[in-house]
Design a protein around this ligand. Structure first.
Ligand code: ATP
Ligand code: MG
Length: 394
């Protein structure tokens, strides 16, 4: 009995004009994810089919669970589209299953197949009742769902449903530049952006010697977790030390965070231009800290015309934590290493900064060449989900 993985696209079906582009991108992403397995992948307008070896199935499922754009998938038995073959396979399959109640659900995609879905449900229901002793039909709460999909060449019978990662395939949008700190929020923001189809490059601002290499390693570990959803992630490390020191030497303490974040955004925009990014993505959440009031966001955002995506802007911290646990970044994020933001945090940061004042503070030192220098001298690390060799670059 031959089985295939039957993939349903879900949200893609709403993208009428772009459908082929979406499906082809998903196809490529699945192919990349499964490149170390001996599989064959086929696609049509509403389904994708993966032929696999039984011994590899569990590993393949783990990989598929990290591919955005998959709504649902099934491990399905494949059979020729003719009534006798379908009946015979079903008899064989239910023979080995233990259940008391069942329901048959037919989807007839091949409209040339002569028996309608409802008729097929009755017919196959009768076949099961006749060939399996002690079972009955329960249309409301069956123990076993028997699903049949009738397509042109082949039909598929399955009893299971696995929920996919959802979202859109990565690569259906242009790249976003994720500000990745070692905190809880930014990895979650990265995950949510990728789920919308946005490939990401990560950017980490470090302030050695005020921050440690442990802090950097933490960000690398977080990038690895994000790389699970794609093939690899580029992590750009910005040396932010001298800019931060200048800010703290020259600016009023209450404005230091505002100015620091304006500098970060300026660097982000330039990095986006350098690496073909179309948006900045970060883990800001409205009201979480002084720099994340709407007034602060407006003053900070003023330095760039690039879209700034804040996927967790309106989430509660507990909601963000739940997601961080789900994507397995939480335990890394709560490790106690200092971040450049926490090292320099002033006692009383301004909650409602004024744009004029921010500009005046910035006139106190010549930051433009420093920004260009920081952009020209980023260190880039290629981070893969499993490979270890990137650490040689440290
Ligand atoms: P998180 O918000 O991820 O828990 P955090 O609380 O340390 O980390 P905030 O001070 O809340 O960070 O900063 C808001 C956002 O700014 C972060 O979510 C992140 O996107 C970005 N950010 C802060 N510090 C850095 C940094 N050192 N490098 C890169 N991005 C940073
Ligand atoms: Mg935060």
């Amino acid at each position: 009995m031959k089985r295939v993985i039957l993939i349903k696209y879900g949200e893609l079906s709403t993208k009428k004009g772009n459908r082929n582009f979406f499906i082809n991108t998903l196809y490529q992403n699945i192919k990349n994810k499964l490149k170390s397995f001996d599989v064959s992948i086929f696609k049509d307008r509403s389904r994708m089919y993966i032929e696999f070896h039984d011994s590899e199935l569990e590993e393949i499922k783990k990989r598929l669970d990290c591919v955005f754009g998959i709504h649902m998938y099934h491990i399905a038995y494949i059979v020729d589209t003719n009534i006798d073959s379908i009946k015979n396979l079903l008899i064989e399959l239910v023979h080995d299953l233990s259940f008391k109640t069942f329901k048959v659900e037919t989807k007839r995609s091949d409209k040339s197949f002569p028996i309608h879905s409802q008729e097929m449900n009755h017919l196959l229901g009768g076949v099961v009742l006749k060939n399996k002793i002690g079972v009955s039909v329960d249309v409301h709460n069956p123990e076993l769902f028997i699903k049949l999909e009738i397509r042109e060449d082949h039909s598929y019978i399955y009893f299971n449903a696995y929920r996919g990662a959802g979202g859109y395939p990565i690569g259906t949008q242009p790249k976003g530049m994720l500000m990745l700190s070692g905190g809880i929020d930014s990895p979650v923001a990265g995950y949510l952006a990728m789920k919308r189809g946005i490939p990401i490059d990560c950017v980490y601002f470090e302030a050695i010697p005020h921050t440690s290499l442990d802090a950097r390693n933490k960000v690398i570990e977080l990038s690895k977790k994000l790389a699970k959803y794609t093939s690899e992630v580029h992590l750009h490390i910005v040396n932010f030390t001298s800019i931060q020191e200048e800010i703290y030497k020259n600016c009023h303490p209450s404005y230091c965070i505002t100015i620091m974040r304006r500098m970060m955004y300026r660097i982000m925009e330039k990095l986006a231009n350098k690496y073909h990014g179309f948006a900045i993505v970060n883990g800001e959440s409205v009201g979480q800290v002084a720099s994340q009031t709407l007034t602060s966001m407006r003053v900070i955002n003023e330095v760039t015309s690039m879209p700034v995506l804040r996927p967790v802007a309106c989430f509660d911290k507990l909601e963000i934590i739940d997601l961080a646990k789900k994507i397995d970044t939480y335990d890394i994020s709560i490790l106690p290493y200092e971040d450049c933001c926490t090292v320099f945090v002033p006692k009383h940061p301004v909650i409602n900064p004024s744009l004029d004042q921010a500009k005046k503070e910035e006139e106190k030192f010549n930051f433009l060449p420093m920004i260009d220098y920081a952009v020209d001298n980023v260190d880039t690390i290629v981070v893969c989900e499993t490979e270890k060799e990137f650490s040689d670059l440290l």
